[in-house]
Each structure stands twice: as structure tokens, then as C-alpha cells.
Design a protein around this ligand. Structure first.
Ligand code: IMP
Length: 433
């Protein structure tokens, strides 16, 4: 089946945008399957940087079909701004961008609730992006969400809004001390936003299956990463969707047997934004050095990312829960000036040594990394375009990652630009599998 999924193998920000952009060249369709405007996928084309929040990274390749799947939560305000921004920069969106009529809509009330929950002194701080993601998925699961498919039926919309506000206004007023919302104002917002989204709406599941039947290549673009997955991540410090490969099936309407190849994107080290355990995190000084070398600031919120060594316990968990068939290692060049590099191969928790990624957040919090040390290569990798052109110590580091993860490395990225990439072999960019 010519369907390939690209998944974040860490805590998000692995450089998926660049890998999707590269593999989009040979794809016919690029589809986002989960998350929403909390994502910030950066693609650099000819020195020009594009940050995409909702629109699939395939949009930067003329002639591709780009789909926002049913598993995505769509903030129409952010969508409209992004589409207009792309149009202004000369990127064609009309006729090549489609939004699922089953995607759930993120409204002002969701963003207001996200901010109120994060701000509440008694509440649990997750370090959310405050883009209304978790409240939208809460409403989806609570059966009071709105989908574009419902918006032509005003009476149905009004009944859902009334049911939704019945609970939300109690929270806003009684718990968080913020202004309650009127059903009329939410309905007016929905109508206004519907106008912006309507031209793009489609039965995207039907479209994907039609293209599949025609033998077209389909690329599924994940947002966030495995360790932020609601089921398999470092719960509760996670996002509200399934960022893993299972989500790629449910979030597009494909069956799991229809996905042929699953690429895990993984930095040569690790970063995370927001709260939550991070066993291999550097001390403040080293974190600062790597953050500056790697430009580790969130593309959506501008927040400084926390940095640490590559964590093989977490990566092996990602290989397992996604059924990864290969890895794309990004930002290898950021380690160019390190004399010594470490990989975490196990966790020490109390007097136990664990190689399984713990389900318990308090265990993960107490985990101390057991590391294996590697000699740095202390030279630039930025010009390498094949494995042979990499310094020996960099090749040794990549080989160790492959051996420990148990899956091959197909792509290595040594800079932000499209050209700064090593495809290990021809198969790495191919859809015939
Ligand atoms: P939410 O998805 O905005 O609810 O945020 C939940 C957690 O996921 C927070 O720790 C965020 O920092 C993190 N998160 C959400 N989206 C991204 C992303 O695209 N990259 C990295 N972290 C993210």
C-alpha cells in the first residue's frame, strides 16, 4: 500500500515538517490526522521559513492535494489567518486544500476554557499551548462538539451550543470567574467561521480512498509526538489526541492495514516544551547551549524548549507503539561541537533498573538516566549529503542508534534547508513498498 505515515518519536518538535516536506515530493496527497493549531511545523524552502499550524506541510509543493483529516481539531480563525498568510506569500491553496466535514471545530469558548484551566491556581498545569485543543477533544468525547457537517442545520447547531454552554457557563462563572458566553454570540461566531471554512470542506475520507484505489502515494503527517500521545505518552503531561500511528488510521478514515510504512522522526538529542518529567534533561547551562545551537524555541508559542540527551528507553517505546519501520534522525549538526555525547539506555528508579518506558508519571519523574558515552566528531556535518561524507564518530553514533532502536535510519537531516539532508538509500524516499 503506498501510504506512509510520519510520526514524532519524541515529545514533538522533532523536525517532522521538514521530513514531510521532503517526502511530499513523491506524494500525491498529504494529510494531517490529529492535533490542531498547537502544532508549528517549520519548513525552510530556499532560505525562506514557513511555519504551518493546521495546513499540511505538502502545501509548499505545487500540485499536491492537502487534507486536514477528521481527527484534527480545526480552529477556523487560525485556519483563515494561515490560509491568507500563505496566499499573500504566493502559495496556492485554493483547489488543493481540503478540510474534513467531520473535523471538530475549536471555538473561542475552547480557548477561553484552556486558558482558564491552565491559569487556575488549584488546577493541574500541563503547560498547554492554550490553543483550545484539550477542551475541543473533551467536547468531541462528551458529544457536544460541532463539526462542519452540522453547520448547515441551524437548529441542530443551536441545540448543541445550548447543551455545551449549559455546562461551560457554570465552569466559567462559578469556578474560573470568567465571563459566561451567550448562545447567540457562539452561534454568530460559528456562522462567521463557517463562511471561511466552507469552500474547503470535503468528504476527505472518501477522497483518500479514491486516491488509494488509483494507486496514488499518500503521506500522513503527524503532529506533536509519541510521548505526548494521550494513551502512550507521559500522561497526564500529554496532548489530547493520538499522535501515534493508530491515530493516523482513525484520524483519516484509513484502516491500519492500509499504512505500509511508518517513519519515526527523532532528533539526535531530545527536547520538550511545557511541564512534565524529562529523565535525560540537561542542567540549565548545557540546556542553554543546546537551545541556542539548535534554535530550540517553540514555533507556536515562542517558549524556550528544555533540552537533553537522546533517550533510547523512550525511543524504543516509540518504535514499539507505532510499529516504526525506520527512523529519520534530525538536527545531527547541532551536536557538531560536542566533545562527548551520551545516549540514555536505561532508567534507574530507586534501586531498580528499567528499560521499559514507565506508565507511572511519578516513576518517570524519579527516573535517572543510565547512559552510554560516545566520542563527538568536532567537525561540521552540514555539507554531508551521504553517510560516507559524515565524520566516522557521527556514523558510529548513528549506527548505535540503529542498533539500540532495532530499526534502520533512512534519513539524516543536517540543517533546516531541504538540501541539507542525507537519504541513506533510494528506498528512503520511495513509495513502492
Ligand atoms: P496542548 O496540546 O496545547 O493541550 O498542550 C499539551 C502539552 O503538549 C504541552 O506540554 C505542550 O507544550 C505540548 N505540545 C502541544 N503541541 C505541541 C507541539 O506541536 N510540539 C511540542 N509540544 C507540544
Amino acid at each position: 500500500m503506498p501510504v506512509l505515515a510520519i510520526i514524532g518519536a519524541q515529545w514533538g518538535d522533532e523536525g517532522k515538517g521538514k521530513i514531510v516536506d521532503l517526502l511530499a515530493e513523491n506524494a500525491h496527497v498529504v494529510a494531517r490526522y490529529q492535533g490542531g493549531a498547537n502544532a508549528g511545523h517549520e519548513v525552510v524552502v530556499g532560505g525562506e521559513s514557513f511555519i504551518l499550524h493546521l495546513v499540511p506541510s505538502g502545501i509548499l509543493h505545487p500540485g499536491k492535494i492537502n487534507i486536514i483529516g477528521n481527527g484534527v481539531v480545526l480552529d477556523p480563525e487560525s485556519f483563515e489567518a494561515e490560509v491568507n498568510g500563505l496566499r499573500k506569500r504566493g502559495v496556492k491553496v485554493d483547489g488543493c486544500l481540503f478540510v474534513s466535514d467531520r473535523a471538530h471545530l475549536t471555538l473561542a469558548l475552547h480557548k477561553q476554557l484552556d486558558a482558564a484551566r491552565e491559569g487556575a491556581s488549584e488546577g493541574k498545569k500541563i503547560g498547554s499551548t492554550k490553543r483550545g485543543i484539550s477542551p475541543t477533544y473533551m467536547d468531541k468525547a462528551g458529544r457536544v462538539g460541532l463539526r462542519p457537517a452540522d453547520l448547515n442545520d441551524a437548529d441542530y447547531c443551536k441545540s448543541i451550543i445550548a447543551a455545551n454552554l449549559y455546562e461551560k457557563n457554570i465552569l466559567f462563572k462559578e469556578l474560573y470567574g470568567v465571563k459566561p458566553l451567550s448562545a447567540a454570540s457562539v452561534f454568530a461566531e460559528v456562522k462567521r467561521h463557517f463562511a471561511a471554512v466552507k469552500p474547503f470542506l470535503a468528504d476527505t475520507t472518501g477522497m483518500i480512498h479514491k486516491f488509494l484505489a488509483q494507486g496514488k502515494n499518500i503521506l500522513l503527517e503527524g503532529a506533536q509526538g509519541t510521548l505526548l500521545d494521550i494513551d502512550h505518552g507521559s500522561y497526564p503531561y500529554v496532548t489530547a489526541s493520538n499522535a501515534t500511528a493508530g491515530g493516523a488510521a482513525s484520524g483519516t478514515g484509513l484502516g491500519p492495514t492500509q499504512i505500509g510504512r511508518v517513519i519515526g522522526v527523532c532528533k539526535a538529542y531530545t527536547t520538550r516544551v511545557g511541564e512534565g518529567p524529562f529523565p535525560t534533561e540537561f542542567d540549565a547551562k548545557k540546556s542553554h547551549i543546546v537551545r541556542e545551537l539548535g534554535g530550540e524555541y517553540g514555533r507556536t508559542t515562542g517558549r524556550a524548549r528544555r533540552c537533553g540527551w537522546l533517550d533510547m528507553v523512550a525511543l524504543k517505546h516509540a518504535v514499539m507503539v507505532n510499529g516504526l519501520t525506520e527512523l529519520a534522525i534530525t538536527k545531527l549538526d547541532v551536536l557538531d561541537t560536542m566533545a562527548e555525547i551520551e545516549i540514555c539506555v536505561a532508567y534507574k528508579i530507586g534501586n531498580k533498573t528499567m528499560t521499559r518506558f514507565p506508565a507511572s508519571v511519578s516513576e518517570l519523574d524519579r527516573a535517572k538516566p543510565v547512559t552510554k558515552k560516545f566520542k563527538g566528531w568536532l567537525s561540521s556535518t552540514k555539507k554531508a549529503r551521504s553517510l560516507k561524507q559524515l565524520p566516522t564518530n557521527a556514523r558510529t553514533y548513528l549506527k548505535a542508534i540503529e542498533a539500540l532502536a532495532g530499526v534502520p535510519v533512512g534519513i539524516v537531516s543536517v540543517g533546516a534547508d531541504r538540501t541539507e539532508t542525507i537519504f541513506v538509500n533510494k528506498k528512503a524516499r520511495d513509495y513502492s513498498f
